[in-house]
Design a protein around this ligand. Structure first.
Ligand code: SAM
Ligand code: DTB
Ligand code: SF4
Length: 327
């Protein structure tokens, strides 16, 4: 399968990608794919700059959903202990530490199927407190109604993370307690409330390349491309159905990043979960292929992340720097 030269070289972002076009990009020779992605990356971004986000699990475990990769689902016996929603002051204190450690955006995650109206005031207090520190705010709290999305926006929420996780044909192999359409509906509520979306997925769950193309195709045909596009490399969690998945080939991960950059050229493409088991060479290849965002800090939600010393060294080695002006 050959990708005609015009694919990916149009001047502005396209929303009319076909699945076949996205698959054809995956099939390009590796060096050609990475070169094209690097070229597009430079049109929209300074390729030496990285956007730095930090996560905090504000409500851990006990989740009624059955996402087959997740340590926090109550359907599986994992080592993660459930805890109640944190109080706003503790969250804000952690956000201040994250800021001092170099974070530009603070993302609050809760192991919920959907946001309950009774929790909106508590979450709103966290958001406004974090925003007041001068950080960008992000939250990932499960499904939202349009009214809830508007309430979070009013509290000062900049981004809402809600992932499609995988391509539509593989989705039912991973989660059955909520549909692909449910996820698309939440993303629409977020956009309609005037917030930016953070939306991506996971590789390494036993999916095919066509499924990976299927995920990126879905993102590419959204009415607005997600402003942030996280690509997670599965953190295998013992006790979950996907805990023994075969790791994805590192070069396939780079291809995923490169195709994401080509089909959503203006998005911040993030190497999200999985850097803990990536070499610095692999991360450097990802940055060459268009990744320009990472999670910093020693923890993601319930799993480990490289942490400050390793990331300071990585940025210094690569002569990369935190992104200058954030929108
Ligand atoms: N409960 C909310 C939801 O799922 O909508 C928000 C938190 S959930 C943990 C956020 C995302 O993290 C998931 O959609 C998934 O893409 C990613 N994720 C969760 N566990 C992961 C794992 N073990 N490895 C890689 N990514 C993971
Ligand atoms: C995203 O795409 N990845 C983050 C964030 N959005 C919420 C979560 C990664 C979680 C990795 C597994 C864990 O730490 O539990
Ligand atoms: Fe629950 Fe989110 Fe984990 Fe799914 S990914 S089980 S919704 S915490």
């Amino acid at each position: 399968m050959n990708a005609p030269a015009h694919i990916a070289l149009s001047a502005s972002p396209r929303h009319d990608w076909t699945l076949e076009e996205v698959e054809a990009l995956f099939e390009l020779p590796f060096t050609e794919l990475v070169f094209r992605a690097a070229e597009v990356h430079r049109r929209w971004f300074d390729p030496t700059e990285l956007q730095l986000s930090q996560l905090l699990s504000v409500k851990t475990g006990g989740c009624p959903e059955n996402c087959g990769y997740c340590s926090q689902s109550q359907h599986f016996k994992t080592a993660t202990k459930a805890s109640k929603l944190m109080d706003a002051d503790s969250v804000i204190a952690q956000a201040a530490e994250a800021k001092a450690g170099g974070a530009q955006r603070f993302c609050m995650g809760a192991a919920w199927r959907d946001l309950k109206d009774r929790d909106v005031p508590k979450v709103a207090a966290m958001i406004s407190g974090v925003k007041a520190l001068g950080l960008e705010t992000c939250a990932t709290l499960g499904m939202l109604t349009p009214e809830q999305a508007r309430a979070l926006k009013a509290a000062g929420l900049d981004y809402y993370n809600h992932n499609l996780d995988t391509g539509p044909d593989y989705y039912d192999q991973v989660v059955t307690t909520r549909t692909y359409q449910d996820r698309l509906d939440t993303l629409a509520a977020v956009r309609d409330a005037g917030m930016s979306t953070c939306c991506g997925g996971i590789v390494g769950m036993g999916e095919t390349r066509r499924d990976r193309a299927g995920l990126l195709h879905q993102l590419a045909i959204l009415p607005e491309h997600p402003q942030s596009l996280p690509i997670n490399d599965l953190m295998p969690i013992p006790g979950t159905p996907l805990g023994k998945s075969n790791p994805v080939d590192p070069l396939e991960f780079v291809r995923m990043i490169a195709v994401a950059r080509l089909v959503c050229p203006k998005s911040m493409v993030r190497i999200a979960a999985g850097r803990e088991h990536m070499t610095k060479e692999l991360q450097a290849l990802c940055f060459l292929a268009g990744a320009n965002s990472i999670f910093i800090g020693a923890r993601l939600l319930t799993t480990d992340n490289p942490g400050r010393n390793a990331d300071d060294a990585l940025l210094a080695d690569l002569k990369m720097k935190p992104m200058a002006a954030l929108a």
